[in-house]
Each structure stands twice: as structure tokens, then as C-alpha cells.
Design a binder for this molecule. Structure first.
Ligand code: NDP
Length: 346
């Protein structure tokens, strides 16, 4: 199958690319610079020389015509996986997140509707950020599921960096559903969204800047291994759900290429609850070589889950059933992440 994968240099996308090529699919992936393109080509020399892997440059996804050329120049495209979107908190203006997220999503959909009639399905990497409601994190009577929508609006983007990111994902996902609903866009494809919470897992993409350039969701593991939690474990944050990157990649591949019934679905890809305290316990148990970086083993070290009556509920049974994924457990995911970070100097 011929697949277009946007943002191929990313943490999640690199795993998707790996799975697609291992299954023998033909992939065109986009990145922002020639330098990043070269790293990907070097990682897959045989697929690059056979033409099964093509890396194309799309410098700025916040332009409405960003994907026109690559889509028009890729004949017989069948599936598109759109992962490219900023996930960081190093911005001055929330528009640095909102524009690439929202314009990037409509740009890829518009390019496909106009010039790629062979595309049957587009999978969009959305997020639990588009499901949650910050005001309900501590509400035990709230159950987040595939049908839940974050009520955040563009007026809320200055509330906090986290809110700005959550708004970028929510508005981008809304724009995608609106696009395919609006008949005048002439979309001949269906869409699926994958909505993961915090994603942990081994790094297979090129870490150009070393551990400093670790992707946002693995940052806390680097912090832990570097001793930043020694005097107290950082707060877990309100999200408290997680998933392994390999399961997120599998969800994209299955939703895009293997499960026709995923059509029109939002896939809430999560393995369940985690806490920073639990992560620290796993590392203490399985990696004694980091003992002097870890916080003392005390009941008040911090980072525990909120009490049961102080946290939301979740239900992703529909997603688990549709995908048939046996979610990777936390201790395996953390163990594999630590081993991977070790190879990058942690
Ligand atoms: P990364 O930061 O590793 O990947 C983000 C990707 O998007 C990279 O390829 C990046 O390119 C690209 N990108 C970011 N901003 C722009 C921009 N302005 N113009 C062009 N490309 C851009 O993070 P993840 O792999 O975690 O994120 C991938 C997707 O998954 C995103 O859509 C994110 O919102 C979503 N997601 C991630 C979760 C997580 O916990 N990791 C949870 C839920 C959803 P470059 O390499 O050049 O920076």
C-alpha cells in the first residue's frame, strides 16, 4: 500500500515509519529540512534505494498550500497518516502551536481532496488533549471516552501553555471533522483520529541535539535519570493516562490500512493510569545503576496519583475492542524507554 506519513522525524512518526516499512508498504514521508531527510534515508538504505521510501521536504505546515506539491507529485496514494503538529511548550505566542496544528490539518485534507482521488483513508494524530476537560480532572463522576470533547476554545489559549497545546489539538481535530462533513470540500476519503494521552517509549528517531532535544512526553524520564527528582518527585499532572509509543504506532497502522470498520472513529489509545511515583518505583526496581539519581524511597516523595475520589474515570473499551491491541504495560514501557535513553547518554 502506498502511504503518505507527515512529520516523519517525530517520536511517534518514526515508529509508524518503522512498522510500515517492516510490513513492506511504500512510504512517502515529509520533514522540515534536508538534514532531517538525510537521517531518515540513512536509517533505511535499502528501502531508499528501492524507492519504497521517499523523504520529501515540507518546510512550513502552517501554510494553506503546504502539502499541495507532495500530494500532487505522489501518484496512487491510498492512505495518509497526518502526525506533524507541534508538541512543546517553548513558544512565545500560542499561535506558534495553533497555526501549524489547524492550518496543517486542513492543508493536508484540502490537498488530498483536490488532487489525490485514490486516497481512501486519512488518519490524523489527535490527542487525549481533544477529549479531556481541565475543569473535570478531579471529578470522579466524569468518565472520558471516545465521545468526549474538550470544551476549550480559541479564547482560552492564554490560560497556560498546556491549555494552548490542548486547544491546538482540539481545534485541529474539529477542523478535520468539519472538513469531511462539509460537502463542498468534495472529500472522497474517510478519516480516523488516534487520541493518545502521554506517550512513553523508546526513541527511534534521530536525536540531533542529544538528550536535550528529547520529545516532550519522554522529558520526565530524562529528568528522572538525570537526578532532577532527587529532592522530590515532580507532580504527575492532571492527565494521569499514558500509552506506549509502539502501541500508538500500531493504532495508526491498523486504523489506516487494516481495519476498514475504523472509518469515522475516534480511537482513544491508552493503556491506563500512571504516576511519576510509579515510574520512579519501576526504575528503582529494574535499574539499580541509577539509584543515586533517584529520590529517597519515602512515602512523601511526591508524584503519586490523586486519591480515587479526586480523579476522573476513563473508558476506552470501544477502541481496545476495535484495534484488538493488548496494551504494553507500564513497567515494560518504562524499562524499554530507559534502555533507549541509555544509548543516548542518559
Ligand atoms: P515530536 O515533537 O517528536 O513530533 C512532532 C512532529 O511534528 C515532528 O515531526 C515535528 O517536526 C513536526 N512539527 C512540529 N511543529 C511543526 C511545524 N511548525 N511545522 C512542521 N512540522 C512540525 O512529538 P510526537 O511524536 O510526540 O508528536 C507527534 C504527534 O502526536 C503530534 O501531532 C502530537 O500532538 C501528537 N501527540 C503526542 C503525544 C505524546 O505524548 N507524545 C500525545 C498525544 C498526541 P520536527 O522534527 O522538524 O520538529
Amino acid at each position: 500500500t502506498k502511504v503518505l506519513l507527515t512529520g516523519g522525524s517525530g517520536f511517534i512518526a518514526a515508529h509508524i515509519l518503522d512498522q510500515l516499512l517492516a510490513k513492506g508498504h511504500s512510504v512517502v514521508t515529509t520533514v522540515r529540512s534536508e538534514d532531517k531527510a538525510q537521517h531518515i534515508r540513512e536509517a533505511y538504505p535499502s528501502q531508499t534505494s528501492s524507492g519504497d521510501l521517499v523523504v520529501a521536504i515540507v518546510p512550513d505546515i502552517a501554510k494553506p498550500d503546504a502539502f499541495d506539491l507532495v500530494v500532487a507529485n505522489t501518484p496512487n496514494l491510498e492512505v495518509v497518516l497526518h502526525t506533524a503538529s507541534p508538541f512543546h511548550f517553548k513558544f512565545k505566542d500560542p499561535k506558534e502551536l495553533i497555526d501549524p496544528a489547524v492550518i496543517g490539518t486542513t492543508a493536508i485534507l484540502r490537498a488530498i481532496a483536490r488532487s489525490a482521488p485514490t486516497v481512501k483513508r486519512v488518519v490524523i494524530t489527535s490527542s487525549f488533549a481533544a477529549i479531556l476537560d481541565e475543569a473535570k480532572f478531579t471529578d470522579p463522576s466524569t468518565t472520558f471516552s471516545e465521545t468526549s470533547w474538550n470544551p476549550v476554545t480559541i479564547d482560552d489559549i492564554h490560560r497556560s501553555p498546556a491549555t494552548a497545546y490542548r486547544a491546538s489539538k482540539t481545534l485541529a481535530e474539529k477542523a478535520a471533522w468539519d472538513f469531511v462533513t462539509d460537502k463542498s470540500n468534495n472529500a472522497k476519503f474517510d478519516i480516523v483520529t488516534v487520541n493518545p494521552p502521554m506517550v512513553f517509549g523508546p526513541v527511534v528517531h534521530n536525536l540531533a541535539g542529544g538528550l536535550q532535544s528529547i520529545n516532550t512526553s519522554n522529558e520526565r524520564l530524562v529528568d528522572l535519570l538525570q537526578g532532577k527528582w532527587k529532592e522530590g518527585i515532580a507532580s504527575t499532572g492532571g492527565g494521569i493516562l499514558w500509552v506506549d509509543v509502539r502501541d500508538v504506532a500500531t493504532a495508526h497502522v491498523k486504523a489506516g490500512l487494516e481495519i476498514p470498520e475504523a472509518s469515522g472513529k475516534r480511537l482513544f489509545a491508552t493503556a491506563g493510569l500512571f504516576s511519576n511515583a510509579e515510574i520512579a518505583r519501576v526504575v528503582r526496581r529494574d535499574f539499580p545503576e541509577y539509584a543515586d539519581k533517584l529520590p529517597a524511597e519515602s512515602a512523601d516523595a511526591g508524584g503519586e496519583l490523586p486519591a480515587e475520589d479526586q480523579r476522573f474515570r476513563f473508558n476506552n473499551d470501544a477502541t481496545t475492542k476495535l484495534l484488538g491491541i493488548d496494551w504494553i504495560p507500564l513497567d515494560k514501557s518504562i524499562g524499554d524507554t530507559v534502555k533507549s535513553l541509555k544509548t543516548h547518554g542518559a
